[in-house]
Ligand binder design. Sequence first.
Ligand SMILES: [Zn+2]
Length: 323
Amino acid sequence: MKKIKYYYNTHTLRYEKLVTPLRVKLLRFFGFMATALVTSAIISYFAFQFIGSPGEKLLRAENERLGNRYQDLRRQLDDLQQQMAELEKRDNNVYRSIFEAEPIPDSARARALEKLNADAAVARLGDNQLVSSIQKDLDTLGNRIKAQEKSFVQLSSLINNKEKLLAATPAIQPVSNKDLDRIASGFGYRIDPIYKTIKMHAGLDFTAPQGTPIYATAEGSVRVAGYSDGGYGNHVIVNHGYGYQTLYGHMVRIKARAGQRVKRGELIGYVGSTGKSTGPHLHYEVHKNGNKLDPVYFFYNDLGPEQFNELLKRAKASNQSFD
Ligand SMILES: [Zn+2]
């Protein structure tokens, strides 16, 4: 029920009904609305600030999750970069130096990186920063791996070549010579046993009883296995590749056949005295690119330094060759 208010009018000296003017009513109404609006704004502000709408809560959780994920990725990436740096160091300091390859200069690695980074930067314009910083590091890492892979491919071909080269290089004595007493005549100018004049002796003579086994001194294929009248008699020539050939003369019997592949240490024949020879011995020659070399430098697989010196001394002795 609406209350009726009265007031005492001092002019009329009577109680009169109180009528609120429209102006005052409007003022009161707008005053109330303004207060209500301000209050609700303040309440909502604090409510959203500290409590948050359900949508905001989800976004905040998602944001945190992504933040953690980013930190994880960052850590993993840092680990990988560390490992990569170790590999590069090992590659330059160990592998490449063992195989006598030039180390890849850091500047070359860096140049390759710069180019790749520039390409990637263009492709990524507008990406958000977190993603692009990880992306950049991933690109860099990817490129370092590529450079490393190239180096390893190169190294493995070097290893293969070295293995083949080492297998193809004459490196043992062609007859068993434990006491080093089988060297009868060395490489160089020697007295010819038949003509008794000074002649070039282009090989090493090993004296040994007839029938002593003769071994191939390196891997290769048998180029010649036959008899030549007046010269090497029954002889074998093995082609090792890389310009190397070895010759084994005066055999009593040849075991190897022309075209046959032989390994180092494989039996190819037996000591004899066929051809131009003054007694059972093996005449052994080492050829590199057609030049006849002193075989004494090609025994490194089965001689220690002292044995080598002893053998050198015996081979240098100026004497008569067995031819
Ligand atoms: Zn000889």
